[in-house]
Design a protein around this ligand. Structure first.
Ligand SMILES: [Cu+2]
Length: 344
C-alpha cells in the first residue's frame, strides 16, 4: 500500500507539472507523426497492422468455415476417420495456397521494412544543426555546436530545435545505458557507454515533443524526461542566442547574495553558471535554468517553490539522485532561490 501511495503521489506531481504547461501540449505518439521519419515508421506500422489484421481475419473465417462444414457429432455417431486413410479433397490446394500467400505477405513486409530503413537513413543533413546529447543518471546534457553566429553552448533536459531543419544528435551514455526516444519524431536509438552513435531527425511541425528514457537505467528511469521543443526558425534563433549568452548579473543586493551562496557552497563544484565562478561539470548547466519548463528532467514544475523543495532535499523528489541535500540557513536558501529564478 505505501508503494501504491508513492506511485499515486508521483503521478500527481507529474500531472501537476504537465497541467501547468497545458498551453504547450506534449506530443507523444508514434501514431501521430510530426516529422518525416516518424511518418515513414507510422506508415510501416499501418501496413503491418493491415497485413496481420487481414491474416488474422482470414484465419478466423477459415476456422468458422471448418466448424460449420464439419458439425460436431453426438455420442452415437461413429467417428469419421476417412481423413486418415484417403486424402481430403481440396485440402492440398488450400494448404499450398495459404503457404504461398504467407510467404508473399512476409516477403512484402520484409521489403517494406528494408525500404523504410533506407528512407530513414536518407534524411538530407547538409545544413544540419549538431547537438551532442549525453545521458546521465538521471538527466540529459546537451552541447549545441556553434551555429549561425552563436558560439557553442551547453544546456540540459530540454532541447529546442528549428522546425523544418535536420538535426544530427550524437549520443553518448555517461554512466549507464539509456535510450533516446521521441516517438512523434523518430524511432529509438540506444546509448551505450563507450559506443558512439548518432540519430538524425527533422521536426516538421512546431510543437513540444516528449522523449522519455526508453532503456531502464536505474531508480529514477521514469523521471528522466527529455523534451524537444520545435520552434519556428526565428524563435529558435532567439532561444539559441540567449542560451549562448552568459547569465544575467544580479540586479539587487538580495540576488547578489544568492549568487555568492551558490559560488561559495558545494553547488559550484557540480554546476556551471556561465558568467560566475561556478564551473562544475558534473550536473546540469544552470546558466539559463528558468528557460526550462521543468526541473530535474521533468520531476518538478519549474517554480520558486519547487526549486526550494528540490535544493533542500533532492532525494525526497528523486530518490537515488547524486545531488546531495543542502544544509543552508533559511535566509541563504531564500536568497539562493531568488537568484536562481533570475536565470532566464
Ligand atoms: Cu532510463
Amino acid at each position: 500500500m505505501p508503494a501504491l501511495a508513492a506511485v499515486l503521489a508521483v503521478g500527481a506531481t507529474t500531472c501537476a507539472a504537465t497541467a501547468s504547461q497545458a498551453a504547450d501540449a506534449l506530443q507523444h505518439s508514434a501514431l501521430a507523426p510530426h516529422g518525416v521519419q516518424a511518418e515513414h515508421i507510422a506508415r510501416l506500422w499501418h501496413l503491418t497492422v493491415l497485413v496481420c489484421g487481414g491474416v488474422f481475419a482470414a484465419v478466423l473465417v477459415g476456422v468458422l468455415f471448418a466448424l460449420m462444414r464439419r458439425r460436431r457429432a453426438d455420442r452415437a455417431t461413429p467417428p469419421d476417420l476417412r481423413g486418415n486413410v484417403e486424402p481430403e479433397r481440396g485440402l492440398r490446394g488450400a494448404v499450398v495456397g495459404a503457404s504461398v500467400a504467407s510467404v508473399v505477405l512476409l516477403v512484402a513486409l520484409v521489403v517494406a521494412d528494408v525500404l523504410t530503413d533506407r528512407a530513414l537513413s536518407k534524411l538530407p543533413v547538409a545544413n544540419a544543426l549538431h547537438i551532442e546529447l549525453t545521458g546521465w543518471q538521471w538527466w540529459w546534457q546537451a552541447r549545441y555546436a556553434a551555429d549561425e553566429g552563436h558560439p557553442a553552448f551547453v544546456t540540459a533536459n530540454e532541447l529546442h530545435v528549428p522546425a523544418g531543419r535536420p538535426i544530427v544528435v550524437s549520443l553518448a551514455a555517461g554512466d549507464v545505458i539509456h535510450s533516446f526516444w521521441v516517438p512523434s519524431l523518430h524511432g529509438k536509438k540506444d546509448l551505450l557507454p563507450g559506443i558512439a552513435s548518432t540519430i538524425e531527425f527533422r521536426a516538421d511541425r512546431v510543437g513540444v515533443y516528449a522523449g522519455p528514457c526508453a532503456e531502464f537505467c536505474g531508480a529514477e528511469h521514469a523521471l528522466m524526461a527529455l523534451r524537444i521543443v520545435a520552434d519556428p526558425p526565428d524563435r529558435y534563433a532567439a532561444w539559441a542566442a540567449s542560451q549562448a549568452a552568459p547569465a544575467v548579473e544580479p540586479s539587487t543586493a538580495f540576488t547578489a547574495r544568492g549568487m555568492q551562496v551558490f559560488e561559495h557552497s558545494a553547488c559550484a563544484n557540480c554546476h556551471t553558471v556561465r558568467g560566475t565562478h561556478a564551473a562544475g561539470l558534473l550536473a546540469p548547466d544552470l546558466t539559463h535554468l528558468m528557460s526550462r519548463q521543468t526541473l530535474a528532467a521533468g520531476a518538478l514544475a519549474n517554480t520558486a517553490a519547487d526549486l526550494a523543495r528540490w535544493i533542500s532535499d533532492p532525494n525526497a523528489v528523486k530518490p537515488g539522485t547524486t545531488m546531495p541535500p543542502s544544509r543552508l540557513s533559511t535566509p541563504d536558501l531564500q536568497a539562493l532561490v531568488a537568484w536562481l529564478t533570475t536565470l532566464k
